[in-house]
Design a protein around this ligand. Structure first.
Ligand code: KG4
Ligand code: ZN
Length: 348
């Protein structure tokens, strides 16, 4: 803590999808306590998330997760200054569990409550233990979103690129399902791809996927064509387990090539001081490697930030951090879950 700064403790709550998460964060930077319960095992069995199952698991987990977060921090609700909660975007049943719990706690504990946009939360995972300078360009790559966002300040946030169809994480998930590699698809594909050690073209005979929209004058993304290309191949010849490994390798190469290429084009155009990666796909080791290499080789002179791999997917520390820097307390009675909230929308 900087001298003269008061100690502000925010309890963050995140339940937008299949993670039930709570965290206590000091001054938006220091994690005092962090808990994440995931219902992923249930979704692995169904091959994807069934929203009602996710919501039911959220309800079961929310109170134990909150209790564990306070226990680990050796704090009580009296020590907390504010509550921050994800209000959207996300699955409505899941969001409602966090939102209604947070409103109840704000009322009972008499604490201010701050609604937080989940996508903004992902970006602010980069402020934990760090201090990126503005202007900053952020790539958000998650299960539901692929967006390029320019932050001129904490208040001025502008979207410059969007996905036109499937998000990057969604493409990983759908293609992994086609190949029978399991759920969530990103880590499953990354694990297969890691089996290929030589990075050359000798596997092109098996499959070569397109790199959609590269070289075109847009910062938008499109990933649904990759899924269709893999589907066609799988329909032609059911892949052997070796072919699945090659497909996984090429899928990861194609998605990461597009993400890196478009983002670097945006860096060249907007010349930000910082580049931030965010969202579950930012945990991808190959993506991180490619960005590091590109930044080193191209002398862009930019400060590169990416959260530790366990703070790329959904967590509540990022929600508390976002609340610290840009959140505004609202009357708890006016706070509502909004599954379709866009990054440029003010949460209510
Ligand atoms: O940010 P997140 O946890 O949830 C959303 O807000 O959507 O992102 C989840 C997505 C999933 O599609 C998952 O497959 C992907 O992130 N993901 C990965 C990796 N870890 C998670 N994608 C590629 N490589 C990974 N290591
Ligand atoms: Zn997320």
């Amino acid at each position: 803590m900087e001298s003269g700064q008061t100690r502000m403790l925010i309890l963050g709550i995140e339940t937008s999808c299949d993670e039930t998460a709570a965290a206590i964060v000091e001054n938006g930077k220091k994690i005092i306590s962090n808990t994440i319960a995931s219902s992923v095992d249930i979704h692995t069995k169904t091959g994807g998330i069934i929203p009602e199952n996710a919501a039911r698991e959220q309800l079961k987990a929310i109170i134990p997760v909150l209790q564990s977060t306070f226990d680990k921090a050796r704090l009580t609700p009296d020590n907390i200054d504010k509550i921050a909660v994800t209000v959207g975007p996300g699955l409505i049943g899941s969001l409602l569990v966090g939102v209604e719990t947070a409103k109840t706690l704000a009322y009972v504990w008499n604490k201010p409550i701050i609604p937080v946009n989940h996508l903004i939360g992902h970006i602010y995972a980069n402020w934990i233990n760090h201090n990126p300078s503005f202007p900053a360009l952020a790539l958000i790559a998650s299960g539901g979103h692929t967006e390029l966002v320019l932050l001129k300040s904490h208040q001025k946030i502008e979207k410059i690129g969007n996905t036109r169809d499937d998000a990057a994480g969604e493409a990983f998930d759908k293609i992994a399902r086609l190949l029978g590699l399991g759920f969530p698809g990103g880590p499953a594909i990354a694990k297969q791809a890691a089996k290929i050690k030589t990075k050359n073209n000798k596997y092109n005979a098996y499959i070569h996927l397109p790199r959609p929209l590269i070289g075109q004058k847009t910062f938008d993304f499109s990933f649904s064509g990759l899924k269709t290309a893999v589907l066609r191949e799988v329909q032609k010849h059911p892949p052997s387990s070796f072919a699945k490994t090659i497909f996984a390798y090429e899928v990861q190469e194609a998605i990461t090539d597009v993400l890196v290429n478009k983002t670097i084009e945006a860096v060249q155009m907007y010349k930000p001081k910082s580049l931030l990666l965010a969202g579950g796909v930012a945990a991808n080791q190959r993506l991180r490697e490619k960005f590091e290499l590109e930044i080193k080789n191209s002398n862009l002179g930019i400060n590169f930030f990416v959260p530790p791999p366990n703070f790329c997917p959904d967590n509540a520390a990022m929600i508390a951090a976002a609340a610290e820097f840009i959140g505004k307390p609202r009357d708890w009675q006016k706070i509502t879950a909004d599954p379709g909230l866009a990054i440029e929308d003010k949460p209510t």
